[in-house]
Design a protein around this ligand. Structure first.
Ligand code: ADP
Length: 175
Protein backbone atom coordinates (compact mmCIF):
# COMPACT_ATOMS: atom_id res chain seq x y z
CA UNK A 1 0.00 0.00 0.00
CA UNK A 2 1.25 3.50 -0.80
CA UNK A 3 2.60 5.55 2.08
CA UNK A 4 1.63 8.76 0.24
CA UNK A 5 -1.92 10.13 0.29
CA UNK A 6 -3.52 13.30 -0.98
CA UNK A 7 -6.42 15.23 0.49
CA UNK A 8 -8.20 18.45 -0.28
CA UNK A 9 -8.88 20.64 2.74
CA UNK A 10 -7.57 22.54 5.72
CA UNK A 11 -4.34 21.20 7.25
CA UNK A 12 -5.22 22.61 10.69
CA UNK A 13 -7.98 19.99 11.01
CA UNK A 14 -5.77 16.94 10.50
CA UNK A 15 -4.89 14.63 13.38
CA UNK A 16 -1.40 13.39 12.53
CA UNK A 17 1.86 13.24 14.46
CA UNK A 18 2.95 16.48 12.77
CA UNK A 19 1.63 18.99 10.29
CA UNK A 20 4.21 21.01 8.38
CA UNK A 21 3.93 24.79 8.38
CA UNK A 22 5.07 26.89 5.41
CA UNK A 23 6.62 29.53 7.65
CA UNK A 24 8.93 32.48 7.05
CA UNK A 25 12.48 32.86 8.40
CA UNK A 26 11.37 34.69 11.54
CA UNK A 27 9.00 31.85 12.59
CA UNK A 28 6.91 34.61 14.12
CA UNK A 29 3.78 34.04 12.09
CA UNK A 30 2.51 35.22 8.74
CA UNK A 31 -0.45 34.98 6.43
CA UNK A 32 -1.75 31.95 4.53
CA UNK A 33 -1.29 28.53 6.04
CA UNK A 34 1.03 29.93 8.74
CA UNK A 35 -1.68 32.29 9.99
CA UNK A 36 -4.26 29.50 9.96
CA UNK A 37 -1.96 27.20 11.96
CA UNK A 38 -1.10 29.93 14.49
CA UNK A 39 -4.79 30.74 14.99
CA UNK A 40 -5.84 27.14 15.42
CA UNK A 41 -2.92 26.23 17.72
CA UNK A 42 -3.37 29.26 20.00
CA UNK A 43 -0.86 31.79 21.42
CA UNK A 44 1.36 29.16 23.07
CA UNK A 45 2.64 28.18 19.63
CA UNK A 46 3.94 31.67 18.87
CA UNK A 47 5.49 31.73 22.32
CA UNK A 48 7.45 28.54 21.64
CA UNK A 49 8.42 29.85 18.18
CA UNK A 50 9.90 32.98 19.76
CA UNK A 51 12.43 30.78 21.53
CA UNK A 52 13.62 29.10 18.32
CA UNK A 53 15.55 32.07 16.93
CA UNK A 54 14.15 31.80 13.41
CA UNK A 55 14.93 29.23 10.74
CA UNK A 56 16.95 29.50 7.51
CA UNK A 57 15.23 28.91 4.16
CA UNK A 58 15.27 25.19 3.34
CA UNK A 59 15.56 24.07 6.96
CA UNK A 60 12.92 22.90 9.50
CA UNK A 61 12.27 23.16 13.24
CA UNK A 62 9.71 21.42 15.43
CA UNK A 63 7.28 22.63 18.12
CA UNK A 64 4.30 21.22 19.97
CA UNK A 65 0.86 21.42 18.33
CA UNK A 66 -0.99 22.89 21.33
CA UNK A 67 -4.70 23.22 20.42
CA UNK A 68 -4.27 21.59 17.01
CA UNK A 69 -5.41 18.03 16.51
CA UNK A 70 -1.82 17.38 15.32
CA UNK A 71 0.67 16.65 18.12
CA UNK A 72 3.46 18.71 16.58
CA UNK A 73 4.16 21.39 14.01
CA UNK A 74 7.27 21.18 11.84
CA UNK A 75 8.02 24.70 10.62
CA UNK A 76 9.88 24.84 7.35
CA UNK A 77 10.80 27.90 5.31
CA UNK A 78 10.21 27.63 1.58
CA UNK A 79 12.06 29.73 -0.98
CA UNK A 80 10.51 32.84 -2.46
CA UNK A 81 10.22 32.24 -6.23
CA UNK A 82 12.26 34.73 -8.27
CA UNK A 83 13.10 33.24 -11.67
CA UNK A 84 14.06 29.64 -10.92
CA UNK A 85 17.77 30.50 -11.06
CA UNK A 86 18.27 31.29 -7.40
CA UNK A 87 18.38 27.78 -5.92
CA UNK A 88 14.59 27.69 -5.62
CA UNK A 89 14.36 24.02 -6.66
CA UNK A 90 17.12 22.85 -4.30
CA UNK A 91 15.72 24.86 -1.43
CA UNK A 92 12.21 23.49 -1.90
CA UNK A 93 13.58 19.92 -2.04
CA UNK A 94 15.47 20.69 1.14
CA UNK A 95 12.24 21.79 2.90
CA UNK A 96 10.59 18.42 2.26
CA UNK A 97 13.74 16.43 3.10
CA UNK A 98 14.58 18.36 6.28
CA UNK A 99 10.96 18.17 7.49
CA UNK A 100 11.02 14.39 7.16
CA UNK A 101 14.42 14.18 8.85
CA UNK A 102 13.11 16.23 11.78
CA UNK A 103 10.07 13.93 11.93
CA UNK A 104 12.34 10.87 11.96
CA UNK A 105 14.56 12.34 14.68
CA UNK A 106 11.44 12.81 16.82
CA UNK A 107 10.08 9.31 16.10
CA UNK A 108 7.01 10.65 14.29
CA UNK A 109 5.18 8.37 11.89
CA UNK A 110 2.43 10.39 10.21
CA UNK A 111 3.11 13.77 8.60
CA UNK A 112 0.92 16.18 6.61
CA UNK A 113 2.40 18.77 4.21
CA UNK A 114 0.80 21.85 2.63
CA UNK A 115 1.94 22.97 -0.84
CA UNK A 116 5.00 24.84 0.43
CA UNK A 117 5.96 28.13 -1.31
CA UNK A 118 3.00 28.06 -3.72
CA UNK A 119 1.03 30.89 -2.09
CA UNK A 120 2.61 34.22 -1.20
CA UNK A 121 6.04 32.86 -2.24
CA UNK A 122 4.76 32.30 -5.84
CA UNK A 123 6.56 29.04 -6.70
CA UNK A 124 4.89 27.68 -9.88
CA UNK A 125 2.39 25.11 -8.65
CA UNK A 126 3.17 22.38 -11.18
CA UNK A 127 6.92 22.51 -10.53
CA UNK A 128 6.38 22.64 -6.77
CA UNK A 129 4.10 19.60 -6.88
CA UNK A 130 6.67 17.60 -8.88
CA UNK A 131 9.39 18.47 -6.41
CA UNK A 132 7.13 17.59 -3.46
CA UNK A 133 6.16 14.16 -4.80
CA UNK A 134 9.64 13.24 -6.06
CA UNK A 135 11.45 14.35 -2.91
CA UNK A 136 9.01 12.73 -0.48
CA UNK A 137 9.00 9.47 -2.47
CA UNK A 138 12.81 9.36 -2.41
CA UNK A 139 13.07 10.23 1.30
CA UNK A 140 10.45 7.65 2.31
CA UNK A 141 12.62 4.92 0.81
CA UNK A 142 15.40 6.01 3.15
CA UNK A 143 13.15 6.46 6.21
CA UNK A 144 11.09 3.29 6.68
CA UNK A 145 9.90 4.45 10.14
CA UNK A 146 7.59 7.06 8.58
CA UNK A 147 4.30 5.33 7.85
CA UNK A 148 2.31 7.99 6.07
CA UNK A 149 2.71 11.34 4.35
CA UNK A 150 -0.42 13.26 3.41
CA UNK A 151 -0.26 16.13 0.92
CA UNK A 152 -3.03 18.49 1.99
CA UNK A 153 -4.12 20.66 -0.92
CA UNK A 154 -6.16 23.70 -0.01
CA UNK A 155 -7.51 24.16 -3.51
CA UNK A 156 -8.81 21.69 -6.03
CA UNK A 157 -6.23 22.70 -8.68
CA UNK A 158 -3.40 21.54 -6.45
CA UNK A 159 -5.28 18.36 -5.62
CA UNK A 160 -5.63 17.51 -9.32
CA UNK A 161 -1.92 18.16 -9.93
CA UNK A 162 -0.89 15.80 -7.13
CA UNK A 163 -3.43 13.21 -8.22
CA UNK A 164 -1.96 13.15 -11.71
CA UNK A 165 1.62 12.94 -10.45
CA UNK A 166 0.84 10.11 -8.05
CA UNK A 167 -0.97 8.14 -10.75
CA UNK A 168 2.06 8.57 -13.01
CA UNK A 169 4.49 7.49 -10.30
CA UNK A 170 2.36 4.41 -9.48
CA UNK A 171 2.41 3.45 -13.16
CA UNK A 172 6.15 3.85 -13.37
CA UNK A 173 6.64 1.63 -10.32
CA UNK A 174 4.47 -1.10 -11.82
CA UNK A 175 6.02 -1.03 -15.29
P1 ADP B 1 4.15 30.37 1.13
O1 ADP B 1 4.51 31.70 1.74
O2 ADP B 1 5.14 29.27 1.46
O3 ADP B 1 3.85 30.48 -0.32
P2 ADP B 1 1.28 30.31 1.80
O4 ADP B 1 0.68 30.03 3.13
O5 ADP B 1 1.08 31.65 1.19
O6 ADP B 1 2.84 29.94 1.95
O7 ADP B 1 0.78 29.22 0.75
C1 ADP B 1 1.22 27.90 0.73
C2 ADP B 1 0.08 26.99 0.36
O8 ADP B 1 -0.74 26.77 1.50
C3 ADP B 1 -0.83 27.53 -0.75
O9 ADP B 1 -1.01 26.50 -1.72
C4 ADP B 1 -2.16 27.79 -0.01
O10 ADP B 1 -3.27 27.53 -0.86
C5 ADP B 1 -2.08 26.76 1.08
N1 ADP B 1 -2.94 26.98 2.28
C6 ADP B 1 -3.40 28.14 2.79
N2 ADP B 1 -4.14 27.89 3.90
C7 ADP B 1 -4.13 26.54 4.09
C8 ADP B 1 -4.71 25.64 5.04
N3 ADP B 1 -5.46 26.09 6.07
N4 ADP B 1 -4.49 24.31 4.90
C9 ADP B 1 -3.75 23.84 3.88
N5 ADP B 1 -3.15 24.62 2.96
C10 ADP B 1 -3.35 25.95 3.05
Amino acid sequence: MSRIEIMQGDITKIAVDAIVNAANETLLGGAGVDGAIQRAAGPQLLNECRGLGGCPTGDAKITQGYHLPARHVIHTVGPVWRDGKHQEHNLLQSCYRRSLEVAQANHLKTIAFPCISTGAYRFPKDQAARIAVATVSKCLKQIPEIEKVIFVCFDIKDFKLYEELLLLSEKSTVE
